[in-house]
Design a protein around this ligand. Structure first.
Ligand code: AMP
Length: 283
């Protein structure tokens, strides 16, 4: 496995690989790798000849400076995990490589899917995501880029970005990887106490309960959410930022549930902000 830490070095490698007729898959991450990220790597390896994992904690997408500071940075163990997973290149650039000092960042016009759910609550977040993904695409020149459905809205934003820019990068979605008990794996889970981890299970249980209600025939969003909120109100230590049922394509709220629909939640447990979602199957 190769480790490349400069944008120039990465671009040169990508150019050579393309000249050799190789297909490149990119898995963009902020490090702190877990099984969720490794599922993305496995999919990338199926999709292409060469897999690049980027490790870059992107300052532009944090709207909270202390969240950025506290974000886990575990390069040694990340490298080991990438090596074991059969990654070809780890691209771990410095901040100045992605955002050269003095360079004015391009003005980003966000698609409508970025303006709901997380959008209003995390000002600047999706601008930062689009900014970094566009830069990574320019440097790594992937044929395929793999994203997790754990960050469903992020995937939709990237899918729209690619369409709007006429980019030929194929975007591949990978389902959320969960703990045995159901908690969506996240680099942030490491900041929870054992007690907090237990409390956080209520998030995925709520999503499951939503699917159960829909499977039983309930189609009215209002009814589903009212029942779910009752279940959530017994846990005082979870603060819900939002719990919404939306059209899975536009991410606009819906009154009546029909496919494709998504239930999305953001909640704070012990001060750690967690997000999760579930595509609702309407049978
Ligand atoms: P992050 O490092 O948290 O920015 O995530 C990098 C990529 O891994 C994103 O595409 C995430 O959606 C994806 N990811 C994070 N957690 C999971 C998970 N539990 N299951 C599947 N994909 C995930």
């Amino acid at each position: 496995m190769k480790m490349i830490s400069t944008a120039d070095g990465m671009s040169r490698w990508a150019l050579e690989a393309r000249k050799d007729g190789k297909k490149i898959a990119l898995v963009p991450t902020m490090g702190g790798l877990h099984e969720g990220h490794l599922a993305l790597v496995r999919e990338a390896k199926k999709q292409a000849d060469l897999t690049v994992v980027s490790l870059f904690v992107n300052p532009a997408q944090f709207n909270d400076a202390s969240d950025y500071e506290r974000y886990p940075r575990e390069i040694e163990s990340d490298l080991k995990k990438c090596g074991a997973a059969g990654v070809d290149v780890v691209f771990a650039p410095e901040k100045d490589d992605i955002y050269p000092p003095g360079e004015t960042p391009e003005a980003i016009s966000l698609p409508a899917v970025a303006k709901v759910l997380e959008g209003p609550l995390r000002p600047g977040h999706f601008e930062g995501v689009v900014q970094v993904v566009a830069r990574l695409f320019r440097i790594v020149r992937p044929h395929v880029a793999v994203f997790g459905m754990k960050d469903y809205q992020q995937v939709r934003v990237i899918e729209e970005m690619v369409i709007e820019r006429g980019s030929d990068v194929k975007i591949v979605r990978v389902p959320t990887v969960r703990s045995r008990e159901g908690l969506a794996l996240s680099s942030r889970n490491g900041r929870l106490s054992r007690e907090g981890l237990k409390k956080a299970l209520l998030i995925s249980k709520t999503l499951k309960a939503a699917q159960h209600l829909v499977s039983q025939g309930e189609r009215h969003t209002k009814e589903v959410l009212a029942k779910l909120r009752k279940g959530l109100s017994c846990e005082e230590d979870i603060r819900i930022d939002y719990l919404k049922i939306v059209d899975a394509r536009t991410l606009e709220e819906v009154a009546v549930i029909s496919e494709p629909a998504l239930i999305a939640v953001a909640a704070l447990v012990e001060g750690v902000r967690l997000i999760d979602n579930c595509v609702l199957s309407v049978i």
